[in-house]
Design a protein around this ligand. Sequence first.
Ligand code: 2HA
Ligand code: ZN
Length: 315
Amino acid sequence: SYNRWKSITIEEGLMGFFDDAQEMLDKGVSMAKGAVSGVAVEQQGFVKGFVRLCNDGWDQGWHERNGGNATYRLTPEDLSSCRSYFYDTPSSWVPLGLAAPGMRCSFFLATRAGGFMRNVALDPDASLGIVELNAEGDAWRIVWGFKNGGMPTSEFASHVLIHEARAAATEGASRVLYHAHPVNVVALSAVLPLEARTFTRALWKAMTESVIAFPEGIGVVPWMVPGGPDIARATADLMDAYAACVWAQHGLFCSGVDFDATFGLMHTVEKAADIYVRARLLNGGGDFPNTIPDAGLRAIAAMYGFTVNEAFLEV
Ligand code: 2HA
Ligand code: ZN
C-alpha cells in the first residue's frame, strides 16, 4: 500500500503499548477505589482548564520562579466525579490562620506552595492538589494530589477569604482565583497613586476593551507582606466590590466564573497597563493627550448594556 513507507516517530511506535498499559492501570484504580466516573482527576475538565491557565500564564511571562498561584472552588458535580480517587486517609487538619465560614466544607483545587507554574502541565498531581475546608472554615486538609509531599500555595489563606468575598458578591457564580506577577501592572504601581479610582481610570481611558472587561473598576492594595492574614483581609475587603485587585510592587489577583473569564481579565488588565506604560514612555513619561473621554466610557456601557461604576467617572 502507499502507506508502506510512511514514517512514524519512536513515540508513535511506543504509544500503542502505552495506551494498553494505561487502560489496565485505569481499570485497576477504578476497581480498587470503586470509581463511578472512571475519569481520573487529571482528566477531569476542571483540572484540564486549570492546568491550561497555569501554562498560559507561564507563556505570558507572568510567573518567574515560583511566582503566582491559583485556586478553583469545586462544584458538587466535580466533587462527585473525583471523590473515588481521593486518598483513603487525608492529611491531618492544618489551621488556615483565619476563618472563612462562608467557605465551610468547600473543596479547592490549588497550586503547590513553592511550585513553578512552568511545571504544572508536566506533573499535575505533584504540582496541584485538592484541599478540603473544615466545618468551621478555619482549617484545611489534603484529599488528593501534592504527591511526594507538598501543600497548597503560601497565599491559600488569601484565596479562601477572597473566594468567600467573591462568592457572596456573585451569588456563588465566582469559582476561579488567579494571582500573577505581570510586569506592567507592577511597574504602574511604582508611579500611580495607590488607589482604585486612579488605577481604574488610567486603564479604562487607555484601551476601549478595559471598561467592558472590568466595568466595576479594579482595587489596589498598598504594599504588604505576602502570604499572611493581613494581606488576605485587605484584599478580600476590596474584592467584595472588584473582580480584580492590584498588589502594589507585587502583582495582580483576578477572579471569575470560569478559567476563560479569569485568565481573560488578567490578560486585559495587563494589556491595558502595557498600553498605558508605553503611551507615557512615548510621551516622555508624562500624561498623554489622547484618551477615551468619560462620555465615551458611558456610551460603551449604554451601547453594550452593562453598568459602569459611576463613582470612577467624572460628571
Ligand atoms: O506563590 O506569588 O505571592 C508565590 C507568590 C506569592
Ligand atoms: Zn505573588
